[in-house]
Ligand binder design. Structure first.
Ligand SMILES: Cc1ncc(COP(=O)(O)O)c(C=O)c1O
Length: 402
């Protein structure tokens, strides 16, 4: 099919466990996505899914709860989270992490903050694709480092970025680090091996540390394939910190457990000298849930991916049928759609706030994804479509009624 073309026909079938959501459960819980909203507003913003969790994850948490095992964690021998991560990367993504280089963290934002502190100095440039997951931009700006935007560019065939003069641009901007979010949030791009190789060559030329956030790697739609950045070759692996968690694909973001595989020796050495209490401690619950997700939940993940695939096509077909051009491309991964509302009648500088007020749907505000940079994403919103098809239909109908 031509890139950018909208597929016709029925989207893939939806498994029954994802066909309906329980709005009463969601609204009465402690989750910010629904709990923080007025009763008539539908939440399609923060990156949690409206579904439950895989059965093995639920059982692992119930087992720990049954034992009232809520103390400080201890495992004799190897850390099961680290082993599960290593095995999963090898089996699912064709990359064998090097033993002894993986650390457990509470979350990816903590990984970013720790790595920025240990791999760069105040005033250094840090390159990152923009738009970008907002807390990363906020954290880099707050650390006294300079954000060097690699703007994501729209074309008829999809989102991309320019590799022209890349080394020169990054050199002139005084870059010491590249933060690579792949698959990319919010455009949903899965970067190709060629794109990643261009970035790896620039990183080699400038001796950059690369922080590869691959948190969405398990949420890729065929025929796209995730290529771990560290798998590109030995010199790339030696400069790459790979950060990930089970939180996005298995819907356990609130549990807080993540890992980082640290390729650069000098960063490993600096981290080894930091006191243990500096890193935070993921709870027993978050650890057993992560292991159950990575080791025992791929059947659930397959069913989830079929549902998300169904929903992303619904969004694409909906966007193509609107009287306005949303410049929308179906994401190649994630459950997020990046929509440009500049051709709609909305003239509000905060289009997501406008939609919440007028049609009672809460999306994420596009401007936040370019904060602290000169890139203008003020006319964009991000839609989270990880919900039942029926709820998604309601969301899309409300937006179309603008
Ligand atoms: C690209 C990306 N990285 C990191 C995170 C958040 O990770 P954590 O909650 O572990 O800090 C998100 C959350 O949506 C994300 O989209």
């Amino acid at each position: 099919m031509t890139p950018g073309a909208v597929p016709t026909g029925s989207p893939p079938p939806v498994d029954t466990r994802f066909a309906a959501i329980d709005q009463r459960r969601l609204r009465s819980g402690y989750g910010v996505k629904w709990g923080s909203l007025a009763p008539d507003v539908i939440g399609a913003w923060v990156a949690d899914m409206d579904f439950g969790v895989p059965p093995a994850v639920r059982e692992s948490i119930l087992r720990v709860t049954g034992r009232e095992d809520f103390g400080y964690p201890f495992w004799p021998g190897a850390d099961p989270v680290v082993e599960a991560f290593q095995d999963r990367m090898a089996a699912r993504h064709g990359w064998q992490p090097e033993p002894g280089r993986t650390r457990v963290f509470t979350d990816l934002i903590q990984v970013l903050q720790v790595m920025v502190e240990h791999a760069t100095a105040p005033g250094d440039g840090i390159a990152v694709h923009v738009p970008c997951y907002p807390p990363f931009l906020a954290s880099i700006a707050r650390s006294g480092r300079r954000i060097v935007p690699l703007p994501m560019l729209w074309s008829e065939s999809g989102w991309g970025f320019s590799t022209d003069d890349l080394v020169d641009r990054l050199h002139r901007a005084g870059c010491r680090m590249l933060v690579l979010v792949n698959p990319h949030n919010p455009t949903g791009r899965v970067f190709t091996r060629d794109e990643l190789t261009a970035l790896a060559m620039a990183a080699d030329a400038l001796d950059l540390v690369v922080l590869a956030d691959e948190i969405h790697a398990d949420l890729v739609f065929a025929p796209h394939r995730h290529v771990p950045f560290a798998s590109l070759g030995a010199s790339t692996a030696a400069r790459t910190i790979t950060a990930t968690s089970a939180t996005k694909a298995f819907n356990i973001a609130g549990l807080r457990c993540a890992v980082a595989h640290v390729g650069p020796d000098h960063v490993q050495d600096r981290l080894a000298r930091a006191p243990l209490d500096y890193f935070g401690t993921p709870s027993i619950l978050s650890r057993v849930a992560t292991v159950a997700a990575w080791r025992e939940s791929d059947g659930w993940l397959d069913d989830l991916l079929r549902t998300l695939d169904h929903n992303r096509l619904l969004v694409q077909q909906w966007a193509a049928g609107l009287p306005w051009d949303l410049r929308h491309h179906a994401p190649q991964a994630t459950y997020l759609s990046w929509l440009d509302l500049s051709a709609t009648p909305i003239r509000d500088p905060e289009p997501a706030a406008h939609l919440e007020r007028t049609v009672a749907v809460k999306l994420s505000e596009g401007a936040e994804f370019a904060q602290a940079t000169p890139v203008d994403t003020g006319s964009f919103v991000r839609l989270n479509f990880a919900t039942s098809p029926a709820n998604l239909h309601e969301i899309l109908a409300r937006i179309a009624a603008l």
